[in-house]
Design a protein around this ligand. Structure first.
Ligand SMILES: *Cc1c(COP(=O)(O)O)cnc(C)c1O
Ligand code: SF4
Length: 451
């Protein structure tokens, strides 16, 4: 059944069987976790922790990640295990205890869900004003499923892409997957997006995101992309897809029944005189090492699409310079362009994964100086704040004060971009909000200019 709603109104979010791509990649969730072949070999306390934590955070993994990416002999430290399986440290000790007690007592599903909601609401489910500040108003209505923060780039969240092939434990979009009431961002009707684009001639590129738009069947994805290829929208010169499919399910481009149809879609975009950019989230170099992952990259590049890579730096997963150096080296070898190193946003389980900014900048530097110029297309560490993407360019001393040198890579106001500014050095700061302007200034330059 199709539910039609007036523009801008939320509709109940229901997947039909036909829409859901589940059957294709054998997903495991908390419900069938015991069917993972390696499950019974995990120590009992780890299995218990996973059950407790996955009642709060979304959990999903698939056969490929389990069989080919995780090294089960080094669990629990294995980085891909940390990346995809909920960990005890992701909950505050008190919350863990409360939730663990409910599981011990075999409390009802309803009781567990209520407690999970209580915990989730404490975890800043929508950082950086995502559901309010960036949603454009069009024809007097908020345009659901669209974010427009930076002048040239419009983000589109198709309703059928509100999932991923596996879920990253540090994901900042976790509330979309657990369905915290009123917190899904998801667009249903492409024609609203097209009207919006026609009315905004400054927009040069559209970024399909989610979740992961490449969980969609090719046919459905094509139906969303093709209206934008209309000659009247010629100034949209790039279509981007934010995706982790080449890492979590490279079969998407190699052996899925519609793998070739996805590639044909990329070719059609290129043939329309535009470029295709796959903004791929590669977290660890292991994701690039399997033969099928390399084949996926080869086939995607064969269509003329450019693959750019971005990922956050996260404790327990990739917080050493060696991992980043290898990640960038392997990317350059495969023809992937390193693009961003991000800082994890202040949401969800960030306490467990957070890396102090002072350390993030050392990791970046150390890796950056060991790679040649072809890998130095990468920028970061970058924080996606409410004001824009702020890069930590370095740490230095000015007039006797130790400071972070900061710079907007993207700004809510384009005139801020590139202008250096300074924050007082704080070795424990792990997010922009922890910082204060340097030199005793009450505000940063963009705060007094904005008023
Ligand atoms: C990162 C981001 C973009 C894209 O920025 P680029 O620097 O052009 O890659 C667009 N919109 C939002 C909201 C973003 O966070
Ligand atoms: S791929 Fe991106 S959206 Fe999907 S779970 Fe990972 S971080 Fe979240």
């Amino acid at each position: 059944m199709k539910v039609l709603a007036p523009p801008g109104r939320a509709v109940p979010h229901v997947f039909s069987m036909e829409e859901t791509p589940r059957h294709r990649f054998c997903p495991y969730s908390e419900r069938n976790i015991h069917t993972i072949p390696q499950w019974s070999s995990l120590p009992q306390d780890i299995r218990f922790d996973i059950r407790v934590v996955s009642s709060v955070f979304p959990f999903r993994v698939n056969r490929y990640v389990v069989d080919e990416l995780i090294d089960w002999s080094s669990v629990p430290e294995d980085p891909i295990f940390q990346l995809t399986f909920p960990q005890r440290g992701m909950l505050e000790p008190d919350d863990f205890t409360v939730m663990a007690n409910l599981h011990w007592r075999s409390a009802s599903g309803e009781t567990i869900r209520a407690e999970a909601q209580r915990i989730r609401r404490k975890l800043n489910p929508h950082p950086a004003g995502q559901t309010t500040l960036n949603v454009p108003i069009f024809d007097g209505q908020p345009l659901k499923g669209v974010q427009h923060k930076y002048h040239e780039t419009v983000l589109y969240f198709p309703a059928t892409a509100q999932t991923c092939h596996a879920y990253c434990t540090y994901c900042f979009r976790w509330p979309q997957f657990v369905g915290i009431e009123g917190m899904r961002i998801a667009g249903r009707e492409i024609r609203h997006l097209v009207s919006y684009l026609k009315a905004h001639p400054g927009v040069t590129n559209v970024l399909f995101t989610g979740g992961d738009p490449l969980v969609m069947r090719a046919e459905r994805l094509a139906a969303l992309v093709e209206p934008i290829l209309d000659p009247s929208l010629d100034r949209i010169h790039t279509i981007r897809f934010g995706t982790k499919s080449p890492a979590y399910w490279p079969q998407r481009f190699v052996s899925d029944p519609d793998a070739d149809d996805v590639l044909r879609l990329f070719e059609r975009i290129v043939a329309s005189g535009r470029s295709v950019a796959l903004m791929v989230h590669y977290t660890h170099h292991r994701e690039l090492e399997t033969p099928i992952a390399r084949e996926a990259v080869r086939r995607i590049r064969g269509t003329g699409a450019v693959i750019r890579s971005q990922s956050p730096v996260a404790a327990h997963i990739n917080d050493t310079p060696g991992v980043w150096e290898l990640l960038w080296r392997e990317q350059v070898r495969l023809g992937i362009v390193p693009y961003y190193m991000f800082v994890l946003r202040d949401t969800g389980a960030r306490r467990y994964f957070e890396v102090p900014l002072s350390r993030a900048v050392r990791i970046f530097r150390e890796a950056y100086r060991h790679v040649n110029g072809l890998a130095r297309t990468v920028r970061g560490p970058s924080m996606s704040t409410v004001h824009g993407k702020v890069e930590i360019a370095g740490v230095t001393e000015i007039a006797g004060e130790r400071v972070f040198v900061l710079r907007f890579i993207q700004g809510r106001d384009p005139s801020w971009v590139g202008r250096p500014f300074f924050a007082r050095f704080d070795p424990r700061a792990s997010w922009f909000d922890d910082l204060r302007p340097a030199f005793g200034e009450p505000t940063y330059f963009f705060e007094h200019e904005a008023s």
